[in-house]
Design a protein around this ligand. Sequence first.
Ligand code: THU
Length: 135
Amino acid sequence: MLDRAVQEKLVRKAIEVRGHAYAPYSEFAVGAALLAADGRIFTGCNVENASYGLTICAERVALFKAVSEGTREFEAIAIACGKGPCAPCGACRQVLYEFAPDLTVIMADAEGGSVREAKLGDLFPKGFGPKSLGT
Ligand code: THU
């Protein structure tokens, strides 16, 4: 279990950044806050596109921001959605698994306040990662 204060901070940041979501098509705003091993927190929101398919999820925005700034080790991610806590989509599970197979995933309902916690390995068992390539 992630430390309660850390969990609360990550959820707060995920809810905050959810306010920047660009989701005119789905009207489903998502925010994510990714905790790096060095203590830095990278945030992201979903950014949709008129072509639909080029939409990028909040979790991947947060991860790509972190990696592009030189950070590759992560401990936890909080994801904030409306209408109940939501789990990361399959594409985001794959992308997170690349860098953090042991990641703690906190799923928060931004409106109702409920929070669930899981390990990425349980959400994405037997994942395909760098080790699968023998690297
Ligand atoms: N979305 C995320 O940002 N993260 C997820 O893990 C699930 C889905 C976004 C993509 C799209 O903008 C909207 O939620 C509805 O699918």
